[in-house]
Design a protein around this ligand. Structure first.
Ligand SMILES: Cc1cc2nc3c(=O)[nH]c(=O)nc-3n(C[C@H](O)[C@H](O)[C@H](O)COP(=O)(O)OP(=O)(O)OC[C@H]3O[C@@H](n4cnc5c(N)ncnc54)[C@H](O)[C@@H]3O)c2cc1C
Length: 401
């Protein structure tokens, strides 16, 4: 039986080189996969900068303080930070009501509560680093077409017909994972009956690092600070309303946004291309099998308003990489993969529950709930420990001991 120091060999294939798959490749390489004699292959149909790339599209992501620390440990933060805007304050409030709560980096004793980064930039930083990495084989552009469990691993067929065998297959192929479906892994899905409209907004005044989470009768909205006097808008409404907002001329769209959001960021001057995403909570009913892990959006997809989806997946990535590298068992052994899942179970349950409750509570127009919301926000404002617990969850530190 090999020890963790000995080279045990083995092949890991990561299907999907999006934010999650690429981060896992980096974590494994930085953690010492080569010293273990592992080969890592990354299969991805789209390269960033070559037209549309679904993971590195026009969205931006709020990275929590915890995610910053992770990328720092992986030696990537300096590159990411060149275009990351720090969030120094978060204002959580409700349209038309006075109650609000304010979280501040100063109060939490950190330089920033989080950072907003364009997904395209994050993808660029990850890929630049991985392009030069030894011990990683790229299959790009290539798609995993078929997956088949075989004794001791998985047999894959790529879209050009070539075969690929591995000891451990990681499905990081996104929320609509075809591969998960092929393997008969069911998904629990809760529709929110909402879509999100995403756009970058040019501001008439500096945002001062402040992020806004605003709850309206029709659904929550967030404006997150971006580099260059811009904020990233996430506006959730019914799918019909989102279609209407998307079709409005720029000036009419900005006027409606201004009316809903108010003037805390001064006059809203410009709007970039608008994109929309249907919103649902989904969770794969199985995340591990012998020689298989389902990761990232393929494992769980959250409402984006609390900015937790990718942050949670990055914590899964680190836990998986550390569990694999810390195990002396052959690659893909079920007990090791179950240990990984056990380690992340509380974090997943807490984060998914937090996002779901926030979404439901703040998307409901019932007057009693509206009153409860205001009281909740007021209580958060008045009670420092409650506010700190809320801030820790938002910073991605909630379950750390
Ligand atoms: C509107 C919106 C805003 C969000 N904002 C935030 C935020 O502020 N903070 C946060 O933490 N999270 C946020 N999220 C969540 C975050 O975007 C996701 O968690 C993240 O994109 C998941 O990445 P992924 O790599 O798992 O999946 P994806 O980004 O979907 O990537 C999957 C990859 O797999 C590839 N692929 C697909 N099929 C195959 C195949 N057969 N073979 C090989 N490769 C394949 C695709 O080309 C793609 O590159 C937001 C989500 C949305 C919708």
């Amino acid at each position: 039986m090999p020890t963790t120091q000995q080279a045990a060999g083995g092949h890991i294939v990561i299907a999907g080189g999006g934010l999650v798959g690429a981060s896992l490749a980096l974590a494994l390489l930085e953690g010492g996969a080569r010293a273990r004699g592992w080969r890592i292959s990354l299969v991805e149909p789209h390269a960033p900068g070559e037209g549309f790339q679904p993971s590195f599209d026009a969205r931006s992501s709020a990275l929590s303080w915890g995610s910053r620390q992770t990328y720092q440990r992986l030696g990537l933060w300096t590159a990411i930070a060149a275009q990351a805007e720090p969030i120094t304050r978060i204002h959580v409030g409700e349209q038309g009501r006075a109650a609000a709560t304010r979280l501040s980096a100063e109060e939490e004793g950190v330089p920033a509560l989080g950072y907003v980064v364009d997904n395209a930039w994050l993808g660029h930083c990850l890929w630049q680093r991985l392009r030069a990495a030894e011990g990683l084989t790229w299959y790009c552009p290539a798609r995993v077409e078929r997956v088949q469990a075989v004794p001791g691993g998985y047999h894959l067929t790529l879209d050009d017909g070539s075969p690929l065998d591995c000891d451990l297959l990681v499905l990081a192929d996104g929320g609509r994972s075809d591969l998960r479906t092929q393997l008969g892994i069911h998904v629990r899905r809760t529709e929110y009956g909402q879509s999100a409209l995403i756009a970058n907004i040019g501001l008439g005044q500096p945002h001062g690092g402040e992020a806004f989470e605003r709850f309206t009768r029709h659904g929550p909205m967030a404006l997150l600070p971006l580099a260059g006097q811009r904020s990233a808008l996430v506006w959730t409404r019914s799918p019909e309303e989102i279609a209407r907002l998307q079709a409005l001329p720029d000036a009419a769209f900005l006027a409606e946004l201004q009316q809903t959001f108010g003037y805390r960021l001064g006059r809203l001057r410009r709007v970039g291309t608008r994109y929309s995403y249907p919103l649902a909570l989904h969770e794969a009913e199985e995340q591990v099998r012998s020689h298989l892990v389902v990761l990232g959006n393929a494992a769980h997809g959250l409402h984006p308003i609390a900015g937790q989806g990718f942050n949670l997946s990055l914590r899964d990535v680190m836990a998986l990489s550390e569990t694999l590298l810390g195990s002396a068992a052959p690659l893909g052994e079920l007990a090791t993969l179950q240990r990984y899942l056990q380690r992340q179970r509380d974090d997943q349950a807490l984060t998914i529950g937090f996002s779901d409750r926030v979404t439901r509570l703040f998307s409901n127009a019932h007057p009693l709930l509206a009153c409860g919301r205001s009281l909740g926000l007021l209580a958060l404002e008045l009670c420092a420990p409650a506010r700190q617990a809320f801030a820790r969850q938002a910073m991605g530190l909630g379950t750390r001991r």
